[in-house]
Each structure stands twice: as C-alpha cells, then as structure tokens.
Write a new protein. Structure first.
Length: 343
C-alpha cells in the first residue's frame, strides 16, 4: 500500500470513528431507569435551621433517569437493574419541561401533605392557608389546552373564589354541557382570564375541563419548618419526610441507631401510596448502608388486581441477593408501629 492509499485509509477510518462516536452520543427517544441515590432526610428537613440529632438516620430513596444515548441503551441490556422506557411511556404527550415542572410540583405536594399530617399527629398548632389550585397537567383534548399552562394558579371560576379543588368541583358541577367556564388565574404574578367548554374525558362519566390539579397551601407555624431539596422530583418522598419531621416535632427517635430507608407517597390522612421503581430503590438503599426498608403495601383486595410495591421489593431483594429487611406499610401509623416493634 503506497503512502497515498494509506492516507485515504486513515481518513476513511477517522470518518467512520467520528460517525460511530456521534451515533453513540445522539440521544434517542428513550430513557434508562437505574438505581439512584439514598438521601439523608436530616439534610432535607430543618426546624428553625436545625437538623435532627437521631442516633440513626432516615433515607429517602430515588431512581436515576439516564438519557437514551445508544451507548447507555446497549449497556443497560445486560443490567438486571436497568429498565428502558420510551419517551412517550415516561412523559406521555407533554414536553420535557412540563414533565420536570410536574415532578417538582409533585415533590412540593408531598411535602405539604407530610407537613399537614405530622403537624396534626404531633398536635402542633398551625394555620392552613389555601391560595388556590395549581395546574399539574392539561389534556390535549381540553378546551383550555392552548390558554393555560402547567404551574398556573387558578383562583376563581365563573366569578366564584377557588381556594382548593373542592371549590372548583362545586362550580363545575353547576355548569351545563354547552356552557362555558370562565377561569381566573395567576401566572408569574400576573392576573389572567380564560374560558372554555367542558369536554368528554376518557374514563370519566361526567364531562370536565381536562386538567389535573393540586391544592396550593402553606402552613403558618411558630417554628420555621423548611424542606431543602433540589433536583429531585416526584411525590415518593412523602413517607420518609413524614417520619423525619414527626421525630423532630414529637421529640422521639424511632431509628434505634439504624439506617432506615423507604419510599411511598403520603396524604394528609396518613395513607401511603404506591410508587414506581421500587425494585431499584431497594438496591440504592442497601448500597447506602440501610438495614430496613419501608415499602408501600396494598390491601388484599387490591393485590388481586396488581402487584404491590412490597412484593416488587421482595423480588428485587431475592434477585439481587440483598440483606436488607423489607417491611410492608399501608399507613403512617403502621410505619410508626413497625419501627417501635423493630427496636
């Protein structure tokens, strides 16, 4: 091979290498879900700027979403703790920006629910201030799809003040099928208005406005209670936030010197809800040194329809040969009792 042919061969090889590298780095419409982190809740929840002084600690577990680069997708095929989801499966028809906003709002909602639950359980005086309802998602079929945005705060409907979801529901129940609904809302501190008719929604008996909502509330207390968490979204931290905050307000350490992880949504009544990715969260928990893991459980009737988080977690423990002990919980009270018995 003469020098000229050698130079051509090198150039072609270089071009092929560049094309291959670019192919591996171009994101495809997929995401890879893998075990994430286990965050110490004492670094998240503070009262008057102070953290807890528990002998042990609570961990809030997460999953990580990696972009669907070809290299990531190829690598995940042989990983038993990696799941591939299409963009549509993960975020539906919304944009990445809207999805991130929805996740941030879900996190805010979980903190609000945890705070209301614990303040009530600890019999700590507080004032609940309702501001309105925030938009979390808008159906493409909604008459408001082009006018409202995720994060908008609805404060009135058909001239009646809206402080929570129940207020809006009462207004909509009085609207006839062909009548319009006039919505007053706030966006970036600006007062705006929009109007539209009710639409038929999939899976719903009655027509509606096609909007998912969350109550926007704050709690006024004597002490300053803060949640300090960035770059983590979703509502699955509710249970662990509640345990951390309850221990601090009630001045009770239920950790018994152990590292206790867990997951699950929480509502103001203390009901623990199912979440996604628990098979990966239990792996993250053991990697962080946790010996106990609180997992959401379903009633026997509901387990006839679907697998519970607790069952998923047990399967992951067996598959990955983990040593962590998984405890099923349906309510906040059950979680408290389980920790008391585990001493």
């Amino acid at each position: 091979m003469n020098q000229s042919n050698k130079d051509k061969y090198r150039k072609r090889s270089l071009i092929l290498i560049v094309i291959l590298l670019l192919g591996l780095m171009i994101p495809l419409p997929y995401f890879v879900e893998v075990p994430g982190t286990a965050e110490q809740t004492r670094n998240i929840v503070t009262i008057d700027g102070k953290r807890d002084d528990f002998e042990g600690e609570y961990l809030m577990t997460t999953v990580a979403l990696e972009p669907g680069f070809l290299l990531n997708l190829i690598r995940s095929v042989g990983d038993p703790n990696a799941s591939i989801y299409s963009k549509k499966e993960l975020i539906g028809g919304t944009s990445i920006q809207n999805y991130d906003e929805q996740q941030a709002m879900s996190m805010q909602n979980s903190q609000q629910s945890a705070l209301e639950l614990v303040l009530t359980k600890a019999k700590y005086p507080f004032e609940k201030i309702s501001k309105g309802v925030k938009i979390m998602a808008i159906s493409p079929d909604s008459a408001f799809y082009e006018e409202l945005e995720v994060g908008d705060l609805i404060v009135a409907a058909n001239g009646k003040k809206v402080t929570d979801g129940e207020d809006l529901k009462k207004v909509l129940e009085q609207v006839k099928p062909k009548e319009s609904v006039k919505i007053e809302f706030e966006r970036n501190h600006e007062s705006l208005k929009a109007s539209g008719k009710l639409v038929k929604l999939e899976g719903m008996k009655k027509p509606g406005i096609g909007i998912s909502l969350m109550n926007d509330v704050t709690f006024k207390t004597e002490k300053q209670i803060n949640f300090n968490l960035e770059d983590v979204g979703g509502a699955s931290g509710g249970l662990m936030f509640s345990l951390e905050l309850y221990g601090m307000l009630a001045d009770i350490d239920l950790t018994n010197g152990q590292v206790i992880a867990g997951t699950g949504t929480i509502d103001a009544e203390g009901n623990i809800g199912q979440i996604g990715g628990i098979d990966k969260k239990v792996v993250a928990a053991e990697d962080a040194g946790a010996t106990l893991f609180l997992a959401p459980e379903l009633s026997d009737k509901d387990k006839e329809k679907q697998q519970s988080n607790y069952e998923e977690a047990l399967e992951s423990v067996a598959k990955n040969h983990l040593r962590i002990k998984v405890i099923p919980v349906k309510t906040f009270d059950e979680a408290i009792e389980a920790l008391k018995k585990n001493k």
